[in-house]
Ligand binder design. Structure first.
Ligand code: HEM
Length: 561
């Protein structure tokens, strides 16, 4: 049969001109090679999995083209669908190896495997930072190299054989900085500032002061201007934005282009994010020069806050980078921009989604309002700003469930890890070699119907917003309680292991407080179509997704409770 097909093919090729015949032969050869490659890799795949012995090597995922490897064409136009449907890559019960354009990486999926990877001691996320800052934020090579050259580790005692000078210990210094300022008692100063700035920004929205409705063409604009400004004012003080009112817009244009900037497209295709990035860096440089010239130690408050620098935290961040070799003013400002980006890129759109989903559902809105209004600190006079007992606010069951469900549904990020010192053993018997690249995706865990759409949540498909996934009825107290019972190992919006997001506590308060302030102070009718409210795949893999379109709303002030 095969010989008959081949002889017919040869006969047809002989009838063609020499060039056409050569082209057809090359084409046929490539097809045969691809089939052969696929057959070999597919045949070897189960052999690896079933191999007896202590340490198994993750199998190479079957692929067609020898150099291109696993070419995920569908990933290019619908990455979310690709990750959700690609059973071999992202739903495999064991780690797998993938080749793509000459690169090799390991994909780890499933709660047990991910937990095991998070626990491994010598696995770091640090290796990726320098190249990310270089590509996405245009950091100079001289500064970015501090990341790749730092082999001293993140502990106070540098790793043996490391010659990195103390001031250049990027990994240790930045982790100490995160620990000191984004957790523990110092965080309270930051949170107090956040409460003040959020209240000021969100209560002064450009909305009619009588009981009339105001039309806003895109609900997200409130978050990208007011919530962003509140966060930036909290960490750097109000002068950065006061002196550069276009800063939030520049920041979000950079954010929108991060995926394209990372992919190394020619500069004319990314000219807008590049020019906004340059302008945002100039704004930071100007603000820093002004603050340095004017700052006066006598004006520094008890929590280290200054009218020039904002927080002690920010001053300390600037000092760390300014002392490092290779960092000039431009590189310090680039780091600052990247830090501000990290503080806003996920938390601000998360706050948007949470508020939109609450305002869309009258029953949920009533429940959230009744919870948050129980935490209002009574005003002394009608002109006083509203205030919440934030300690109680962060323990409200429905509010916490809205937060957790928002992150489950809206966060779709890839996490990277590198075993820096030794092979890492996953779930007792899968060995991933030292210095290789490991990739995880939060999407399969967040969208697994067996976890999230089972039992009492059976009638709520995973692509729907349903805070009830995080609520349990307690007979003891005859009330609903917040529960993370389903989430264990599956809910990873903040990453995990030794390197979870250091801003997770801050962002939780930011999102809860934004919901509380908006539902208490405003009525809001969402006027967008379902198509506009769907999640866009642009920047898939970088965290929280944006909506596909603009979200027009009608909004009016509520009479004070
Ligand atoms: C919904 C909000 C947020 C989400 C979903 C989020 C998610 C993440 C994730 C997944 C990582 C990588 C962790 C890993 O590799 O395991 C990360 C890193 C980071 N996040 Fe967040 N984040 C949020 C808000 C914030 C906020 C508000 C801040 C600052 C106040 C912040 C600061 C950072 C920083 C500085 C890093 C890099 C940490 C490092 O170098 O090890 N994030 N975030």
């Amino acid at each position: 049969m095969l010989s008959e097909v081949l002889s017919r093919l040869t006969a047809s090729l002989e009838d063609l001109s020499p060039w056409k015949s050569l082209a057809c032969s090359v084409g046929l050869l490539l097809i045969f090679l691809s089939i052969f490659q696929y057959a070999v890799t597919a045949a070897r795949f189960p052999l690896y999995v079933d191999a007896p012995g202590q340490e198994k090597k993750p199998p190479l995922v079957p692929h067609i083209a020898p150099f291109l490897g696993t070419l995920p064409l569908t990933f290019l136009w619908n990455p979310m669908q690709f990750v959700i449907s690609s059973k071999t890559l992202f739903w495999s019960p064991h780690p797998v190896r993938v080749k793509f354009m000459g690169l090799e990486c390991y994909i780890v999926s499933g709660a047990a495997n991910i937990k095991s990877l998070f626990k491994a001691p010598s696995v770091t996320a640090f290796g990726f930072h320098g190249s990310f800052l270089r590509k996405a934020f245009g950091m100079s090579e001289k500064a970015a190299v501090r990341y790749s050259e730092d082999d001293s580790g993140e502990n106070p005692e540098p790793a043996p054989n490391s010659n990195v000078e103390p001031k250049n210990r990027m990994n240790y210094l930045t982790h100490e900085f995160f620990k000191r300022f984004l957790s523990g008692p110092t965080l309270q100063t930051l949170e107090k500032g956040l409460e003040n700035h959020l209240t000021r920004h969100l209560l002064s929205l450009n909305v009619a002061t009588d009981s009339g409705w105001t039309h806003i063409h895109d609900f997200m604009s409130i978050f990208k201007t007011q919530v962003t400004s509140a966060v930036v004012d909290t960490i750097c003080g109000p002068n950065l934005i006061r002196q550069n009112p276009g800063f939030p817009d520049d920041l979000w244009t950079v954010d929108c282009g991060v995926g394209k900037l990372m992919s190394g497209l020619p500069s004319f295709l990314v000219s807008k994010p590049r020019s906004c990035r340059a302008r945002a860096i100039q704004s930071i440089k100007r603000w820093r020069a002004w603050a340095e010239e004017n700052s006066d130690p006598a004006q520094v408050g008890p929590g280290g806050e200054s009218p020039y620098w904002g927080t002690e935290m920010f001053h300390s961040l600037l000092e760390i980078y300014s002392n490092m070799d290779g960092f000039d003013d431009e590189s310090v400002a680039t780091e600052v921009l990247a830090f501000i980006w990290a503080t806003t890129t996920n938390s601000v759109p998360s706050a948007f989604w949470a508020c939109m989903d609450v305002f869309r559902d009258p029953e949920l809105l009533a429940q959230v309002r009744s919870e948050v209004e129980s935490c209002l600190i009574r005003q002394r006079s009608p002109t006083d700003e509203i205030r919440f007992d934030t300690e109680r606010l962060t323990r409200l069951p429905t509010l916490q469930a809205v937060f957790a469900e928002t992150l489950r549904l809206r966060v779709h990020g890839f996490l990277m890890r590198f075993p820096s010192k030794e092979n890492v053993i996953i779930n007792h018997d899968w060995s991933i070699p030292r210095d290789s690249m490991i990739l995880m995706s939060s999407t399969p865990g967040h969208m697994n119907p067996e976890v999230w759409a089972s039992g009492s949540c059976e009638s709520h498909p995973v692509d729907q917003f349903h805070p009830g996934r995080f609520l349990q009825y307690s007979e003891k107290t005859n009330s609903l309680t917040f529960s993370m019972a389903r989430a264990k190992g599956h809910w990873t919006p903040f990453g995990g292991g030794h390197h979870p997001c250091p801003g997770r506590h801050f962002s939780r308060l930011e999102i809860l407080l934004t919901i509380a302030l908006l539902v208490t102070s405003y009525d809001c009718e969402i006027l967008a179509s379902e198509k506009s409210m769907a999640m866009s795949s642009q920047n898939f893999g970088f965290g929280v997704l944006d909506p596909c379109g603009e979200i027009p709303v009608s909004i009016r002030r509520r009479s004070m409770v």
